[in-house]
Ligand binder design. Sequence first.
Ligand code: 13P
Ligand code: SF4
Length: 312
Amino acid sequence: MDNLIEAIKQLKKEKNALILGHYYQKGEIQDIADYVGDSLALAQWAAKTEADIIVMCGVHFMGETAKVLCPDKKVLVPDMTAGCSLADSCPADKFAQFVNEHPDHTVISYVNTTAAVKAVTDVVVTSTNARQIVESFPKDEKIIFGPDRNLGNYINSITGRNMLLWDGACHVHEQFSVEKIVEIKREHPQALVLAHPECKGAVLKLADVVGSTAALLKYAVAHPEKEYIVATESGILHEMQKKCPDTTFIPAPPHDSTCACNECSYMRLNTLQKLYDCLKNETPEITVDPEIAKKAVKPIQRMLEISAKLGL
Ligand code: 13P
Ligand code: SF4
């Protein structure tokens, strides 16, 4: 493993490559990445890098977003089959039809979508900026929000909006069990529940803090004296534990205790060996149809501009 890590570092230098990693990656990938962050940070780092190659250690839509922002750079992913059940729950042709049926609506899409969905979107959001971007529109603006129904319902509830929601969801975040979280709370009455807004409403009701991966991490780092039950993909515990070594973090369990359903099977496809191979062979490479990319870049840029104004 040490040899592999050294070889990756060497290749990265030789090829002027930047390795970006999401918080749901295996720990060893997070440790070797130049930057580890949430979806917004990954897009922001990709947009401003001067590297020749970006290796996106995350899932396909994250690589696509980087490629759309940096069409002249080579964007590699360790495993091309690392998809996203939430992005899959929103096929571009069906979403475009839904948009066409509501021509008076502004279209806000979560970043967990394909570039083709972003191409029919007015502004992209992530869980870090969704609330502020929705609130940047007038109260009576008619809005379509897709594809995550849980995030959409949550944003509706905290902003008093009535956005029209696409009926999509993430297979990992839908799995958390309210009963099991309540059980853990009984054993750890002081523990706070940290939850990602892709969780079902019933889980979010139990949560003390709802936020993106970066927001949940930030909260824990600011209050390391507490104990936490963490209702999001369990990869985030790696960085939480690294930043707060003396804090107890308990991963929220899924309904089915026989499966590792609180791990994203797509995110976990990436390995150090695949990262090495992709840097060495410069494949698999993300490509995006130039016509789609030309349309998709606008709502992504709009998100980055609003986020920069908001200091996010
Ligand atoms: P974040 O942007 O909060 O990191 O979320 C990404 C994701 O895929 C959540 O499932
Ligand atoms: Fe997609 Fe869910 Fe995996 Fe996030 S955790 S990448 S939303 S499947």
